[in-house]
Write a protein that binds this ligand. Structure first.
Ligand code: AMP
Ligand code: MG
Length: 418
């Protein structure tokens, strides 16, 4: 019997976890590295641990504009008088000795002289000639920033495999790291398949479809440190598909195609992959996105994604993103999930894990979720309106209003929590 996609319980379809584990086992991380100037390191993946070569801050300094005082700590009065002997600005320290009952005017970030044991904010100080009078308790070490309180010398601050973000760039700069060792960018290419597809700059006829998947993929790939290659559109002809696969796979580390991966008369991707390379699997018990070919053509990894745009996004989020993370040297990440109360009944057939598009809200501290609209895998507009996936396990069919469901919010990627 020819494999087909009509049965919800397809014994040849892998479950989501197994598919993911096969993908991660197969994908090879990029090993070559390059040194880039810090400014160009945003979004790149660290190829080495970053260890601090100094304390941050590297000197004792003031957290306030005020006075660094050398106070007699045995004096428990809450009235103090100090003689002001000088000034310490950020970058212009006061280098002489400060004795007991003396003070130095200090600005935020200015070095606090060695013997000074507190900083009193300007607003609490009364100036009388060369003296300052403070009518308040002064606590030892108050308003002083000590060396290493942010980062201690010799600690590992950023781990290899981390995608450099804005805060990391600040940290790297404060450590004086001018050149950063990062993994080289893998080349990821894609093309669309379909006789019905036309380019967005041409006039469209009834029965034709603008090729939106290449633009979806362009968008989906933006956050990864990769080089993108667009190989255009290919007609539904085995020979054309094969020719493009050969050409593109030579130029890429990973190749993505959309469409033509099912079992229709115009679906040639699986056959071409079988002929030119190796199919690892081509069906996953997931909705949307069951026909999804994963394999390799020579050294190039390959995903044949479904043609429907929603399936492209869902399978990209579930599988391709994990592959790219591994390829770019990043750790695998698991999505953060929430439990939310369903606001209206959802129907589903048993057999496949489903990722419905939903709208998640919070009311009085409780999460609620509802469908974001029609759930067909061609309906990109309900994905636009969604802010989460509602993940429904294989064995579930109907879920009634008021029941709890598992939700994966789009904004809460665990990448932010590593
Ligand atoms: P297929 O997987 O080739 O059978 O395509 C499934 C559905 O997705 C069909 O309705 C196609 O017209 C549509 N489709 C395939 N590729 C694209 C594309 N690149 N842009 C927009 N729609 C597409
Ligand atoms: Mg097609």
């Amino acid at each position: 019997m020819k494999d087909n996609c009509f049965n919800e319980f397809d014994p040849n379809a892998l479950n989501v976890e197994e598919a993911l584990s096969r993908i991660l086992k197969s994908i090879v991380s990029k090993k070559d590295t390059e040194l880039v100037p810090l400014k160009e390191s945003y979004g790149r993946v660290l190829a080495k641990n970053i260890k601090s070569n100094q304390d941050i801050p590297n000197y004792k300094n003031s957290a306030m504009d005020g006075y660094a005082v050398c106070m007699d700590i045995t004096n428990s009065n809450n009235k103090y008088t100090f003689t002001c002997v000088g000034e310490s600005f950020a970058g212009r320290p006061y280098n002489k000795n400060v004795k007991i009952n003396e003070a130095v005017k200090v600005m935020t970030g200015g070095m606090v002289p060695k013997s000074c044991n507190a900083v009193v904010m300007k607003e609490l100080v009364k100036n009388i000639d060369d003296k300052i009078v403070i009518n308040a308790n002064i606590f030892k070490d108050q308003n002083i920033r000590f060396p290493g309180e942010d980062i201690k010398k010799n600690t590992t601050v950023l781990l290899k495999g981390r995608q450099i973000d804005d805060v990391d760039m600040g940290i790297l700069a404060s450590l004086g790291e001018a050149k950063i060792a990062v993994y080289s960018k893998p080349i990821i290419g894609f093309f669309s398949t379909g006789d019905e597809l036309v380019s967005i700059d041409t006039k469209i006829k009834k029965s034709q479809v603008y090729d939106s998947n290449r633009y979806l993929l362009h968008g989906l790939l933006q956050k990864y440190p990769i080089k993108i290659k667009d190989f255009g559109v290919v007609k539904d002809k085995l020979k054309s598909v094969e020719k493009k696969l050969v050409l593109a796979s030579k130029e890429c580390d990973l190749l993505l195609t959309t469409g033509g991966v099912s079992v229709g008369d115009a679906d040639f991707i699986k056959d071409a992959l079988e002929k030119l390379g190796k199919v690892n699997f081509w069906k996953i018990a997931v909705k949307p996105g069951r026909p999804l070919a994963f394999g390799k053509i020579k050294k190039c990894f390959f995903f044949g994604l479904p043609g429907n745009p929603v399936s492209v996004v869902v399978t990209f989020n579930l599988f391709v993103s994990a592959a790219i993370r591994k390829m770019t040297g990043q750790k695998n990440n698991t999505s953060l999930t929430l439990t939310a109360k369903l606001q209206s009944e959802i129907k589903k057939r048993k057999g496949r894990k489903e990722y419905k598009r939903g709208i998640l809200t919070i009311n009085n501290g409780e999460f609620f979720v509802k469908s974001s609209g029609a759930q067909g895998s061609n309906i990109l507009s309900s994905l636009k309106d969604a802010n989460c996936y509602i993940e429904l396990a294989e064995h579930i069919d109907k879920i009634k209003e008021g029941e709890n469901v598992k939700v994966i919010p789009f904004v809460l990627s665990s990448e932010h929590y590593e």
